[in-house]
Design a protein around this ligand. Sequence first.
Ligand SMILES: Cc1ncc(COP(=O)(O)O)c(C=O)c1O
Length: 419
Amino acid sequence: MSAATPSAPSPADRRVSARIGSISESATLAVDAKAKALKAAGRPVIGFGAGEPDFPTPGYIVEAAVEACRTPKYHRYTPAGGLPELKSAIVAKTLRDSGYEIEAANVLVTNGGKQAIYEAFAAILDPGDEVIVPAPYWTTYPESIRLAGGVPVDVVADETTGYRVTVEQLEAARTERTKVLLFVSPSNPTGAVYPREQVEAVGRWAAEHGLWVLTDEIYEHLVYGDAAARAGAEGLSSSLPVVVPELRDKCIIVNGVAKTYAMTGWRVGWAIGPKDVIKAATNLQSHATSNVSNVAQAAAIAAVTGDLTAVEEMKVAFDRRRRTIVRMLNEIDGVLCPEPEGAFYAYPSVKELLGKEIRGKRPQSSVELAELILEEAEVAVVPGEAFGTPGYLRLSYALGDEDLVEGVSRLQKLLAEAK
Ligand SMILES: Cc1ncc(COP(=O)(O)O)c(C=O)c1O
């Protein structure tokens, strides 16, 4: 009798596919979940983890949704790519805010900006296509690139350049496999805003090499300080295809209502792009999820057609918190926080604190430091590893003023013990 040869595992024995098994949990959501669990267990945790405004959605937007709930036509499916009225409103809003002229056929309404990013990469990437991703990057970008079969190529910009990449760095990362440049301004996690001349330089470089650009404008309204003063003169945040019109046919804009209108839970975003790509992405969405919640689309119409008074009020609060957090973080020895000019994140370097002793422990990485901070100060922050750059922490300042001051005071107290 011959010995039984071990049989190769059948596909049915593999539980999770290799493709999905390689995707990691969103680190920012994980930190937030841990903080919320500790809070639920009675610990007075202050969370700087989540990237969402603490304000309720403005009343006129909520009213539009309530009205839609009472109107049977909003109880039905909409076209997979979005309500025609919302698409028209996005066309008008894009002209108002960016000076960019588009048609409804250039728009796909998605379940948040996240789905727009995922579907955009799925629509344009083939296996092995490279996407240049400036780091620190928002955690979702590399994962959605990989899911689409693409290869993310990091280009790191640190605090010495205000976390903005240069054309020279981008050029050094370009190969014959490069298809797309990912661009985001204002940035999550750093709050960096590219001035118009830098937007133009980056855009011209991409156009010169025939590259595609996916530009994430979700924080377009949230700019402060010098960037806001510049924006006044230049239009919101210098939309790439407006500054470099040659890019128009190879440019996808990602946007949404989540951050500007305190609507993270409503799940409405959109992609703007060339008609063939938008059509392909719409086909994908028609099979994956169909339309975004009809009621949420009605709310989004109210948001993008309304005036920006409520947005301005939230911005004033964010700006005040921004100045407080940056000042308080820079008072800590070993912490260096460049001034973020947009979004609602501070991204200090904590490299000088690593390896020092704090309450009997010696954190060697920003992951270990963030764990120590959560345990000892009951403050939740996201380590830089989540954004491709160890040695940093991300703190969202979209939380109440009192909590913010209390949370950073706890950090000051704990980190002053480093020796
Ligand atoms: C840079 C950036 N883009 C897009 C999104 C997506 O937002 P949403 O899917 O909530 O619309 C986020 C959310 O954190 C973000 O920070």
